[in-house]
Design a protein around this ligand. Structure first.
Ligand SMILES: Nc1ncnc2c1ncn2[C@@H]1O[C@H](COP(=O)(O)OP(=O)(O)O)[C@@H](O)[C@H]1O
Ligand SMILES: [Mg+2]
Length: 272
């Protein structure tokens, strides 16, 4: 699907109605220019806030949320509500958007407990109700795009028995991007891209290979929420997506429209 762009954004990058309206305006103009768009969104900060209101402390391991039953219920409720807001703003901008849970357009497996090094110690990590995409329904997404609809996907999957699973939004995006082999996957986040020093925007790496990314993970330069993001880039690239990129959604002038003009480079482009 080489005219399809997959846009993924999280709740830190796109905060509230104003940001959503801005993004929606850009999506509308991209569609007018002939692009087809698939949107995947997360909602980390909103989920954390709602968990805390319910007396649950948010826990993440390597950027992925540990999701017990109570956390899953809250996560799903918050994601559904964000999804409704995104769809509403897109429609207000003239985009024929529909909201879809991940489990309607992809298949998932539950992530089994695994051994990992945390704070220098080997521990068993059990993420509980967390899944990852095994395959995406290319036909369903293709049919929607074909009829001029923009799918807005929130990252709740289901296992083969229909039990719901929380999915990191970056890995949801990667699974879809890999399945439909879109032209470009753009991750809209709250940093300018991959930085050598997270506190210094001048250390932006405008292009990196997967090998360089591995080195930066090994050195601890890439950590936390950036880990599922680069994993997502790897998966998409290995599946044949031509380009993957991270950009800053906090950038006031443009979120995505600039980057689709040839030759204008923003953020970090990762290549094989
Ligand atoms: N090397 C790095 N460069 C940029 N950001 C990094 C890096 N390492 C870790 N991060 C963190 O990753 C975060 C983005 O991931 P996350 O918080 O999950 O956002 P999103 O909601 O976009 O998924 C950044 O805000 C930053 O704190
Ligand atoms: Mg994240």
């Amino acid at each position: 699907m080489d005219d399809v762009y997959l846009l993924k954004f999280g709740g830190n990058a796109i905060k509230g109605r104003r940001d959503l309206a801005r993004l929606s305006g850009e999506v509308a103009s991209l569609i007018k220019d002939g692009a087809r768009i698939v949107i995947v969104h997360g909602g980390g900060p909103e989920i954390n806030a709602e968990l805390e209101r319910n007396g649950i402390e948010p826990v993440k391991v390597a950027g992925v949320r540990v999701t017990d039953d109570a956390t899953l219920e809250i996560t799903e409720k918050v994601l559904r509500s964000i999804n409704a807001d995104v769809v509403e703003e897109l429609r207000a901008a003239g985009v024929d958007a529909i909201g879809i849970p991940g489990h309607m357009v992809a298949e998932f497996v539950r992530r089994e407990p695994y051994m990992a090094t945390v704070d220098g110690k080997e521990v068993l990590v059990d993420l509980k109700n967390v899944g990852e995409v095994t395959s995406a329904s290319v036909d369903t997404i293709g049919d929607l795009l074909e009829s001029g609809v923009t799918p807005v996907i929130y990252p709740i999957g289901a296992d083969s028995e229909g039990r719901h699973l929380n999915v990191n939004a970056d890995s949801m995006a990667a699974g879809i991007a890999a399945g439909i082999r879109c032209r470009e996957m753009i991750q809209i986040t709250d940093v300018p891209g991959i930085l050598l020093d997270v506190n210094d925007p001048s250390t932006l790496q405008s292009s990196l290979t997967l090998e360089q990314v591995d080195r930066l993970i090994g050195d601890g330069v890439i950590s936390g929420g950036m880990i599922p993001k680069v994993d997502a880039c790897r998966r998409a690239l290995e599946a044949g997506v031509a380009k993957v990129r991270m950009v800053n959604g906090r950038d006031e002038n443009s979120i995505v429209s600039d980057i689709m003009q040839e030759g204008i480079e923003h953020g970090t482009v990762i290549s094989r």
